[in-house]
Design a protein around this ligand. Structure first.
Ligand code: SAM
Length: 291
């Protein structure tokens, strides 16, 4: 049995252990083995994780780590790891660090050459994406949008021409506001998928243009409850038209490079067809020569 197949934790390793996002059966065998055999489990809320540990008869000690005390508490954990102890990091649900505390601890471990071993497992964003029917070869995870309206609208405007599938987490009491702001900034026809209560009894995954989703959520208050992931189809580039950001970058490249090279780079950066860029570039060069 090699070190990767070991049934129990090895010394001086920080294990990143995902936990279920609703359905307890989603815990993995390996996660249970690691949680049982580490010397300490760093948790977000001990009361929350205690229920999971109880369910699987795990008696390992817990130690709370929050965003606000992560810096100071990481030092304590780091000392233990240096002395040869093994530690598991979990959050209340899903993959730790993904919109949960822990990245500072991981960074400090890496800086101190302490091994960090990630276990694969539940993550709401990835589960939602896999069932959304949206393109998934390229996607971006945006987490929670800002709470303040001005900042939220600014963020949505910045993402208007994003061509990748976008994934957002949202709290149920802000869902209507967020969908409404998305409609205002991106237009009512942008395709959106709502993934609610994943892995739980009332799981529902529904996709439609924003205006339909908005009406559905307004009319059925039930849809405003529970935990929610919003997935949004990336900006569809219209034939013969280039997004402003891509235009600016392309023209900048064109001022320094040949048309062929500028087309090649802009096409790689923005995923835009070379023929569209060529046409735009040639038009631009011809117009420049005329004036
Ligand atoms: N670390 C977690 C993960 O790996 O998904 C995310 C933690 S973040 C603080 C909590 C947010 O994740 C919720 O507000 C919701 O947007 C999303 N989420 C968590 N569980 C979910 C579920 N069962 N169904 C849908 N969304 C969920």
């Amino acid at each position: 049995m090699n070190q990767f197949q070991q049934a129990s934790a090895s010394s001086s390793i920080l294990y990143i252990v995902p936990t279920p996002i609703g359905n307890l059966n989603d815990i993995t065998f390996r996660a249970l083995l690691i949680l049982k055999s580490v010397s300490l489990i760093a948790v977000e809320h001990a009361r929350h994780t205690a229920l999971l540990l109880q369910r699987f008869s795990i008696t390992t000690r817990m130690f709370e780590l929050h965003n606000y005390n992560e810096k100071q508490r990481s030092s304590f954990l780091l000392e233990k790891l240096k002395k040869g102890e093994s530690i598991a990091l979990v959050s209340d649900a899903g993959t730790p660090i993904i919109n949960d505390p822990g990245y500072r601890l991981v960074r400090r471990c890496r800086e101190a050459s302490i091994r960090v071993v990630p276990l694969p497992g539940a993550c709401a964003a990835i589960a939602a994406l896999s069932a959304s029917g949206l393109p998934s070869n390229r996607f971006c995870y945006e987490g929670f949008l800002p709470v303040r309206k001005k900042a939220r609208l600014a963020m949505l405007s910045a993402l208007k021409e994003q061509t990748r599938t976008m994934i957002f987490y949202e709290s149920n009491h802000r869902l209507l506001k967020t969908l409404n702001d998305m409609k205002v900034v991106w237009g009512s026809l942008r395709y959106v998928v709502l993934a609610r209560e994943l892995t739980k009894i009332w799981e529902i995954i529904h996709g439609a243009p924003i205006y339909e989703i908005l009406n559905w959520v307004k009319q059925d208050k039930w849809q405003q409850r529970g935990e929610i992931v919003i997935l949004v189809e990336g900006h569809q580039i219209q034939k013969n038209s280039l997004p402003n950001g891509a235009k600016q970058t392309f023209l900048l490249l064109l001022s320094e490079l040949s048309l062929k090279k500028a087309v090649m780079l802009a096409s790689q950066i923005y995923g835009i067809k070379k023929s569209i860029l060529y046409r735009f570039g040639l038009d631009f060069q011809q117009n420049r020569n005329v004036t």
